[in-house]
Design a protein around this ligand. Structure first.
Ligand SMILES: Nc1ncnc2c1ncn2[C@@H]1O[C@H](COP(=O)(O)OP(=O)(O)O)[C@@H](O)[C@H]1O
Ligand SMILES: [Mg+2]
Length: 598
């Protein structure tokens, strides 16, 4: 609560104060409306004073104008503050998400994060604006109306107040029900957005496996569940009004009975009764708001607690206070007895890796899937930090340099290149937005992408579609290579950059990659051994350890794991330049390889 006030409300202090002033005006004019009935009836109907004929309607009109203007001002200000709070919370959350550790982000489905991101900020705004309005307007209005009631008829007020706690109790009960279902509806919204983003991203798999009906069923079930929760909330909310109204009716009936009894005995004046009744009826609205305030507040505070605890998770991969800029002269990469686990310490992904990659060399990592090859690249880019041991670039521990300078020195091309739904040009220039057209074209040429880009409907200005879906796999990959080319980093990491391509596109991409590797220290993971046969050194990784190292021919002669992998890949094709068939599913292949080498 304190943090919500200090960080999000304080910057808008003067707006809030002004809004409170307007609220006070609304509250007093509301009370005034009821109070005015007293003189109106007294002077016009009982005393029949002609001088009051214009005065009283004028006063009523002015009070209403005042209330309207103040309401308008208060509304605008409170909405501004509320929306500003939503925006501030969301910007901070997003900044935090962008800076979070890869490992942390991966624990959550993006759909759930998005739904949190959208909902929690709304709940926080609700709590803030409801409590300000609650104190500034509803409470004050109620107090003033009660003042009018007591002033008009203290005894009758006593009768009416009898019903008050009952009304409050009821409304609170119902609003708790309501909130509960709203909350469960929100959880369901998270599930729904997860489902939606998943099935849309995987639409080809859905279709290929004929699971459209299954997905339609899953999504509609989620939508139905959500609707069910929403309807429960609606029922509770809809019940709240009539029940409170019925109870208020009881209070009014009681007051009328009492007033009537007194009128019959001749000591009840109509003007007092009218003003009293008006005040009582007007009290209903603020009463209802106040009764539901605490639930809204609790919800908002719970949302704030969730968001704050999320924002307070300190990323573990950060710059040290004395971090230096990494200046890569040569680009020597050394692993010194590196151990690493993703979580469970007994289950290490890397178990003592020693690697020395000389500047300008191309080093290949091969091995069965799950061996730890990608993990090695993840550590170089510092997506994760080593559990023990050391990883140096040009002799400097990567943990001692700034992350930005480290990542500037590294270009990473992965199996599934990620393209943004933007122009070809913007996608290539992603790492260097200031690059000019000449540089971009040059990079595209070197990546063998220039030709096909020109053939696109709008050339370099063609929008590539969500995740680049309007391009073929080979085209996407060549754009990714052009992006890496333009970045011109001294260290190149290729993680199965060609594994998802057919042999033709692979050949094209290979040529582009060969150009990209020139003059850089390159670490290449390849599933197809044909693509790494000419590497300066090949390391075979099995189960987090390097089991064999050497050049292609040496390793073949050793007749160990590598030779086994080769045999299983090239079959009888006597080490053809390129395998005849594109490799089938990775996992299956590598299991075969492991079995054979066992
Ligand atoms: N983000 C992750 N969280 C937990 N475990 C992971 C993660 N990524 C990979 N692993 C595990 O670490 C091991 C090595 O994975 P990886 O380096 O991706 O293998 P490779 O690239 O050789 O196929 C595997 O057992 C895998 O299950
Ligand atoms: Mg991998």
């Amino acid at each position: 609560m304190r943090r919500l006030i200090q960080e999000y409300m304080r910057p808008h202090l003067w707006r809030i104060l002004l809004a409170l002033l307007f609220m006070a005006l609304v509250a007093s004019s509301t009370a005034m409306t009821a109070q005015l009935l007293d003189p109106a009836i007294k002077y016009l109907f009982i005393d029949k004073d002609p001088a009051m004929l214009t005065l009283i309607p004028l006063a009523v009109f002015l009070v209403m104008i005042l209330k309207a203007a103040a309401s308008y001002g208060e509304n605008i200000l409170m909405n501004y503050v509320g929306q500003r709070i939503i925006s501030d919370v969301q910007i901070q959350m997003f900044e935090h998400l962008m800076k979070s550790d890869t490992g942390w982000l991966r624990q959550y489905h993006s759909g759930r994060i998005i739904s949190h991101f959208l909902n929690d900020a709304v709940l926080m705004r609700e709590a803030v604006s409801r409590s300000i309005t609650g104190i500034g307007k509803d409470f004050l209005t109620l107090a003033l109306l009660v003042g009018v009631m007591v002033y008009q008829d203290p005894v009758m007020s006593g009768i009416a107040f009898f019903i008050l706690p009952v009304v409050i109790g009821f409304v609170r009960q119902l609003s708790r029900l309501m909130r509960k279902s709203v909350n469960r509806g929100m959880v369901e919204t998270g599930t729904l957005s997860t489902l939606l983003s998943e099935t849309l991203a995987g639409s080809r798999v859905v279709k290929a496996y004929g699971q459209e009906q299954h997905e339609i069923r899953r999504v509609s079930q989620s939508i139905d569940r959500r609707m069910d929760f929403i309807m429960r909330g609606v029922r509770a909310r809809s019940a709240a009004a009539p029940i409170t109204e019925a109870l208020t009716g009881l209070a009014i009936a009681g007051a009328i009975y009492y007033a009537g009894a007194r009128a019959l005995s001749g000591n009840m004046e109509i003007n007092h009764f009218a003003a009293f009744l008006a005040a009582m009826m007007l009290a209903y609205q603020p009463l209802k708001s106040l009764a539901t305030l605490s639930t809204a507040l609790q919800e908002g505070l719970a949302a704030a607690a969730r968001s704050f605890s999320l924002m307070d998770i300190k990323p573990s991969i950060t710059d040290k206070p004395d971090a230096r800029q990494l200046v890569v002269n040569k680009g020597r990469i050394c692993f010194e007895n590196v151990h690493f686990s993703y979580g469970d310490e007994d289950d290490e992904a890397l178990r003592g890796i020693n690697l020395d990659i000389a500047p300008g060399q191309t080093v290949a990592l091969v091995g069965p899937s799950g061996a730890g090859k990608s993990t090695i690249l993840n550590l170089i880019a510092r997506f994760y930090d080593v559990s023990s041991g050391r990883l140096t670039i040009d002799g400097v521990d990567v943990r001692n340099v700034t992350i930005s300078s480290l990542r500037r020195s590294i270009a990473l091309v992965t199996q599934e290149p990620f393209l943004f739904d933007d122009t070809v040009r913007a996608n290539i220039a992603y790492g260097r937005p200031e690059a000019d057209s000449r540089d971009i074209e040059e990079a595209a040429r070197a990546a063998d992408a220039h030709e096909f880009i020109l053939a696109l409907p709008q050339g370099y200005l063609t929008i590539v579609g969500e995740a680049g879906m309007r391009l073929s796999g080979g085209q996407r990959q060549r754009l990714a290579i052009a992006r890496a080319m333009l970045k011109n980093a001294p260290i190149l990491l290729l993680d199965e950059a060609t594994s998802s391509l057919d042999t033709d596109s692979e050949r094209q991409v290979q040529e582009a990659l060969a150009r990209l590797k020139q003059g850089r220290t390159s670490l290449v993971i390849a599933h197809r051994l044909s693509t790494i046969m000419d590497a300066d050194c090949i390391h075979v990784i099995v189960d987090g350890r390097i089991v064999e190292s050497g050049v292609h021919n040496q390793l073949l002669k050793q007749n160990g794991v590598y030779a086994g992998l080769c045999r299983s890949q090239f079959n009888d094709a006597e080490f053809a330049e390129t395998p005849k068939t594109p490799a089938p599913k990775r996992r299956k292949r590598s299991n075969e390889a492991v079995e054979k080498t066992d």
